[in-house]
Design a protein around this ligand. Sequence first.
Ligand code: GLU
Length: 468
Amino acid sequence: MSDTPADRPVVTRFAPSPTGYLHIGGARTALFNWLYARGRGGKFLLRIEDTDRARSTPEATEAILKGLTWLGLDWDGDPISQIARKDRHAEVAREMLAAGTAYKCFSTPEEIAAWREANPRQPFQSPWRDATDLPDAPYAIRLRAPRDGETVIDDAVQGQVRVANDQLDDMIILRSDGTPTYMLAVVVDDHDMGVTHVIRGDDHLTNTFRQVQIFDAMGWPRPVFAHIPLIHGEDGKKLSKRHGAVGLHEFAAMGYPPAAMRNYLARLGWSHGDDELFDDAQAREWFDLSGIGRAPARLDFKKLEHVSGHHIGTMEDADLLAVLDQFLADTDAVPLTRQQRDRITAALPALKEKARTLPQLLDQARFALVERPVEPDEKASKSLDSVSRGMLSALTAAVQHASWTRDELEQAAKQVAEENGVGLGKLAAPLRAALAGCTTTPSVFDMMTALGREESLARLQDQTDLAG
Ligand code: GLU
């Protein structure tokens, strides 16, 4: 059994069925395959399993490619369409027929149903398996599967799994209408694409017994199989819509940066010691099949927020701005103006520290997005009365000629507060309201330096004009 094609360069693949959006579990499968290939100088291929004509749509294919692109998973070459290869699949079925590893089965659906009724505990056994006198009638092609012994898979995650061969029927590989079955298509494609490692959800484990029988019948080396446990919700039950977000696009819309999603998804079912926070280079270097656990991972939004906050906090400014631009575009928001971008950039060190998601960052950055005259919201307005406006007036005068460094602004504010017999907080509240019009903001001094002298003074002026 050639279960470890170690002599071949690594080729992995992601093989989604284009019947909907990219599920978070699919995204993780793609990520594992991508990490495994990229960490070994190998290839990561994409195959669209579009043989179910009734359920496959071009929109779904597009949504999946878009999801992978958003997540930053690049694939090698063009995506391969499975349906486009149907003639090749049929050709292999005929090759197997010629080689005797498959045979023509003339049983009709009614005959098969009757057989099953008479033999309720047995998989179907075709009477045509060893027949020599064949009619001129429509037929399906069935695999001549071994009847004795066991089919054994050495799974890189599940260990050795086996099934008694008398539990499996001779599966159909080519239907009587000439169309190949899914099982055959997957094997032929994995072989022709040179796939060395099949990393996928463990819901495919039972298919694998079928698939290795075809590999073996063709004398093709088996790829290494790694079946990963499915993702569960926070309650330990299989992840479903009931748990909230399950589509990758929903996580994107919640404002988790792609780098954070990669980090978080990598940890869903795989571990490298106690490492929770890492970048792509580390993930590529560390990722290995031996680190994949057998227990289902649980989706944990608190953890995700934590990972997201770490990545927002440590990302290069330019990268974070690019991620922010993408988020605004994805959520159909107005793009940042030049001025808004400059102000956000200036405040980024302060903004990065607090935000765990992009909406949180934008919330904190509201002061940089609003235009004069700033309309304080209800909560902010409460701190603006004639006394506090008087203090803002005094502050305006005091900082007129300040050098506009954080330190100097803070000194001036402290002095104004002192002269008015109040703590700095009593001045900071109206100052915040005047600068941002809201109460969730970075520190007032960070806002003043980000806005610059002219804009800050103008915003103060707008409020002090109302004094009296
Ligand atoms: N098309 C299958 C799915 O979307 C994956 C098959 C495979 O990875 O072999 O679940």
